[in-house]
Design a protein around this ligand. Structure first.
Ligand code: SAM
Ligand code: SF4
Ligand code: SF4
Length: 375
């Protein structure tokens, strides 16, 4: 008899993610740039998802059994416009955000993304500094777009690449996309000065972990910073299992057997990656241990979904409907006060609770998909 097929939850980016219209405080105070949540964490980093669509079907993010031809992606009218995104970004910057990351889905699929980058690049912190604007991409359109992105004001890019072996890479992206095209994209990005470039590799034990050392060897001495990400239990559709997580400590051990490594201090508070350098001076790598070593303690990131829902944690099951405020008759002062109120009430620390207690979400709550709020 055949084994029964594993059951998957069908995830639909619909109203169930959408929170109520945020509360507008009666007192509209001027932003101080020093917002702090209930765990004393500032707001510094805003990740903006510009599309929920993608041309890849990475099994850990958008498995094709769920994100198939019948999947209901968001209609254009649901997406925040560039003007709406920029208006919100300006309000977040006044509250202390210094770093903007465009993500998705695949952000380079959003039409005229360069125009948005140009608009965001004009924003300044209250102290008059430029923002750190970056973008995470699967690299498939990078060779074509690197120059126009740089010209628009993008500073850096992070490229996701899960292996160098063509067969392994095609299996990971599940659309038969060749690794050579992504490598060409990386080259183009470096050539136009979108640097220092970061390369993210999600490690799935038993699927692509044999690529760890070849990836380290390839990017050593190139100037790019390779970062290994533990396969996370985000969303509800990837069929995550703990035995497919390869702890970062093992990644470091495997690389150090070939190329000795030394731990480095974190360069900034709230940094997700633990940094290591090659003892022989061939650069550095990072590990992001979201599963085995939670880093909620200084998590200063907020996420804006493709349709303008504000999420305070990657593992949240509901957002706050900022788009409702944008499209209602609310002033900048009112929306700004609502954002402050939301951040000040934040106490999310999902990864920490999970590692401490094996905590799970209450029954019936469903986590938002990574492709909807961005990584
Ligand atoms: N499409 C772009 C890309 O792949 O770079 C941007 C969006 S993607 C959701 C952002 C990042 O999330 C990628 O680096 C991806 O590898 C990572 N990611 C997605 N699902 C993940 C998971 N289950 N565990 C760990 N990282 C994941
Ligand atoms: Fe697409 Fe990025 Fe998700 Fe892969 S990780 S399916 S490239 S959004
Ligand atoms: Fe931040 Fe939530 Fe991740 Fe903790 S689990 S680091 S609070 S996004």
């Amino acid at each position: 008899m055949n084994d029964p097929k594993p059951v998957r939850t069908i995830a639909v980016a619909d109203l169930r993610y959408r929170g109520a219209l945020p509360h507008i405080p009666d007192l509209l105070s001027t932003p101080s740039g020093q917002l702090s949540d209930r765990l004393h964490r500032p707001l510094r980093d805003l990740r903006i998802s510009v599309t929920d669509r993608c041309n890849f079907r990475c099994s850990y993010c958008m498995p094709r059994e769920v994100f198939d031809k019948d999947y209901a992606f968001l209609p254009q009218s649901s997406l925040l416009s560039f003007e709406e995104i920029t208006r919100l970004a300006r309000l977040f910057v006044a509250h202390g955000v210094e770093k903007l990351r465009l993500t998705g889905g695949e952000p380079l699929l959003r039409k005229n993304i360069e125009i948005l980058i140009g608009m965001l690049a004009e924003l300044r912190t209250p102290q008059g500094r430029e923002l750190d604007i970056t973008l995470t991409t699967n690299g498939s359109l990078l060779a074509k777009k690197a120059q126009s992105l740089k010209d628009a004001g993008l500073r850096r890019v992070t490229v996701s690449l899960d292996g160098l072996d063509d067969a392994v890479f095609r299996r990971m992206n599940d659309v038969d996309y060749p690794v050579a095209d992504v490598l060409r994209g990386i080259e183009a990005a470096e050539k136009v000065g979108l640097a220092p470039l970061k390369v993210n590799m999600v490690v799935k034990r038993g699927t692509n972990d044999q690529e760890i050392v070849p990836m380290a060897r390839h990017f050593r001495g190139s100037g790019a910073v390779l970062r290994f990400i533990e396969y996370m239990d985000v969303g509800a559709s990837n069929g995550w299992r703990m035995d497919e997580v390869l702890p970062s400590a093992q990644v470091i051990r495997r690389i150090a057997e070939h190329f000795p490594l030394q731990a480095l201090e974190a360069s900034a508070a709230g940094e997700t990656a633990e940094r290591w350098r090659y003892v022989d001076g061939a650069g550095e790598i990072g590990v992001i241990s979201s599963v085995t070593q939670a880093f909620c303690g200084d998590c200063n990131r907020a996420r804006l979904s493709t349709e303008g829902q504000l999420f305070l944690c990657l593992f949240a099951s509901q957002g706050q409907d900022l788009r409702g405020l944008l499209r209602g008759a609310y002033s900048d002062e009112q929306i700004s006060a609502a954002i402050a109120h939301i951040w000040q009430a934040r106490s999310d620390r999902y990864s920490q609770l999970r590692s401490a207690q094996g905590a799970e979400l209450p029954a019936g709550q469903r986590r938002v998909e990574m492709s909807y709020i961005g990584g």
